[in-house]
Design a protein around this ligand. Structure first.
Ligand code: BYC
Length: 497
């Protein structure tokens, strides 16, 4: 079936951005008038089979013929944008959905502030826009590749379903960026769309663009940490791009944020349920001391200090994704009206142009941490990183409540911003989680206490035994409080064939 056949107007449908002119049975749910856009159809007809090949080769290993209880985005009406039902993943209906157009929207920042948002490509900013869309697009398939092997060790069918939900939605986010590339960037857009399927996470010759997306996600704890921290970078970056003066990018990112929330939920509750299982096992065995690692591990749960080391690793790798704290790229993107700050349009108390403003940035100068006032335009990555750190804290506080309730004396903390960084102001410096600048020898003597070591990874790996019986959970993780779409405890989220 061609996109043309499948996307013909459906009887009774309404033709507007809000009410999508497709039925649930269509292959590509969309609100971009795909059925009447021959050029877009042609581009997608070429790209889609290659995408499906990529999904089969690099997407979840196994389970492709299983029936998975998935949500599919079918429209953009907040009251009913998604449908739940059993789907075989290769038949998932990856769609192109943009948040409804806001009539009269103006560019909220930069030198074009107050001018009407661009509905067409602003020619002079084409290459900057293309670069940002490509970087964003590259992360989406990368994360699917990183998570490819996890199905086999899922701690429950509920978790397995959540993994696959995240995977198909990252696939949809790739579609979202590919839509922008092929619709607005002509031949080079089509080439970039192809290249997004060719780079591979962790590959030496043609790796993914950003560092964190070439790391391994070898176990479920890494998956939960990734979806809590790294997907939250996704939230922050998408929110900054959602402010863009290029309206199609803004609308695309706004809708992606709807799905992103679930990914962070999977991460936050995944870590929380791990902590719950640990605390419950410790209380039951009468272990009060979180540092009694051997005794805790014998219970088949993850000790809290190891969880802190996982936090330290994932948060530091994710902080690198914000780029250099001081960046002329970020200044250009802002001044050009392409990428704003988090929550830009609602920020009070400045002119949204930032010509004369400054922002405090922590730097390493002569072996010391010094806070310097830097031109705010050049410090935008630093500011977004600070917003990210604040955003993370809510989840960390909720994790701590679980530990506190169990009466165990332990507190999760975010390490210092400069800890274990490879990009930006702190790259090359050795900084402890508490924020002391260290010598290389001091770092080498202590880093095994701060980052997961080989022994930790072996232990985590030993816990990764599949638990695929409906309603049952692996020893190291507690059941969720509520089922997906309010399903009951023994619901068969994945029918494995
Ligand atoms: N690794 O001035 P600089 C998500 C490069 S996650 C490798 O420091 P800039 C998701 C940089 O590209 C969100 N390279 O920083 C989450 C540049 O290279 P070029 C993804 C890095 O440009 C989970 C050079 O260093 N979206 O959605 O101001 C699952 C100098 O750059 C890294 C975005 O990131 C790194 N960590 O900002 C699924 C939004 N950091 O251009 C999905 C779009 C920097 O000189 N991207 N470099 O060759 C951007 O806004 C910016 O590209 C960055 C960097 C924030 C990434």
């Amino acid at each position: 079936m061609s996109a043309d056949d499948t996307l013909a107007d459906t009887p009774g449908s309404m033709s507007s951005d809000r009410f999508v002119d497709i039925s649930y049975d269509d292959v590509i749910p969309n609100n971009v008038q795909l059925s009447s856009d021959k050029q877009l159809q042609r581009a997608l007809e070429t790209w889609r089979p290659k995408y499906l090949d990529w999904w089969n080769d690099m997407g979840p290993l196994g389970y492709q013929q299983s029936e998975v209880y998935l949500r599919t985005a079918v429209g953009v009406d907040p009251a009913g944008w998604a449908k739940f039902g059993y789907v075989k993943m290769p038949s998932y209906r990856w769609g192109i959905l943009l948040a409804p157009k806001v009539e009269g929207r103006t560019i909220p920042f930069g030198r074009y502030k107050g001018e009407p948002a661009w509905q067409e490509m602003p020619g002079e900013h084409r290459s900057l826009l293309r670069r940002l869309i490509v970087v964003q697009g590259d992360t989406e398939p990368a994360s699917v590749e990183q998570q490819r092997f996890l199905g086999a060790t899922a701690p429950s069918l509920y978790d397995m379903r959540n993994l696959f939900q995240v995977n198909v939605e990252e696939g949809r986010h790739l579609w979202a960026m590919v839509y922008l590339l092929v619709k607005y960037f002509g031949k080079d857009g089509r080439e970039e769309a192809q290249a997004l399927l060719e780079r591979q996470s962790g590959q030496i010759n043609n790796p993914r663009i950003l560092g964190a997306f070439n790391e391994r996600t070898p176990d479920w704890l890494s998956f939960f940490m990734f979806t809590f921290f790294t997907d939250r970078d996704g939230k922050m970056q998408l929110a900054a791009l959602a402010e863009s003066g290029f309206d199609p990018l803004s609308r695309t990112c706004r809708f992606m944020l709807t799905e992103e929330a679930h990914h962070m939920f999977v991460g936050e509750t995944g870590v929380q349920r791990t902590i719950e299982a640990t605390c419950a096992a410790m209380v039951k065995a009468g272990i009060k001391e979180p540092g009694d690692v051997e005794a805790v591990r014998k219970l088949g749960v993850v000790d809290l200090p190891l969880l802190q080391r996982k936090v330290n690793f994932h948060i530091s790798v994710t902080r690198d994704l914000f780029g250099s704290e001081i960046s002329s790229n970020a200044a250009d993107a802002f001044s050009s009206g392409i990428k704003g700050r988090f929550n830009e349009a609602n920020l009070k108390g400045d002119d949204h142009v930032l010509q004369d403003a400054t922002y405090p940035v922590t730097r390493v100068i002569d072996g010391k941490l010094v806070v310097e006032q830097v031109a705010a335009l050049r410090a935008l990555n630093s500011r977004l990183l600070d917003d990210f750190i604040v955003d993370c804290q809510g989840g960390v506080d909720r994790w701590n409540k679980v530990v506190e309730k169990a009466g165990i004396a332990f507190k999760f903390v975010q390490p210092h911003k400069g800890f274990n960084r490879r990009i930006g102001e702190f790259a090359g410096a050795r900084i402890s989680p508490a924020g002391e600048v260290l010598t290389e020898d001091q770092w080498n003597a202590k880093s095994g206490d701060w980052l997961p070591n080989d022994d930790d990874m072996r232990f985590i790996s030993s816990l990764m035994k599949p638990c695929h019986e409906p309603g049952k959970y692996a020893s190291w993780i507690a059941p969720p409080r509520v089922g997906v779409n309010n399903q009951l405890g023994d619901f068969e989220y994945v029918k494995i064939f």
